[in-house]
Write a protein that binds this ligand. Sequence first.
Ligand SMILES: [Zn+2]
Length: 129
Amino acid sequence: MNQNNTNYLKEKYKKIYDKHFFGFSIDNGWFKIIDELLEKIQSYNIKIIDIKEKFGGLRVYTTPYDEEAQEIINYYESLSYDTCERCGNVGESRPTGWIRTLCDRCYASKYFQYKSCYKYWNTRYVICG
Ligand SMILES: [Zn+2]
């Protein structure tokens, strides 16, 4: 996720991130999903440990476990399977070496060949595969 989106989410939900949270290991197309999800779960007594992509889907890990919050998280994770991780348009799972959820256009652009997730947190950023 780019620096602007990262900073926006960092400021807006200041108290929700665990001290070990390292940043968003996902691309910008899922920004809106994350924003809405954090909005809905911020009132629960939980902290975000990790937000990443796995097998083409969004994964959000929290502590401690809260059943009600987890149901909300499950719903937003399910939305990611129909949402292009790059641009946010309607997407689907693509078998690209590792599975990515992309729209037709991003898939055709061979976007999946690039390492796409950038973690901006504190002052460092890391490119992850
Ligand atoms: Zn796309």
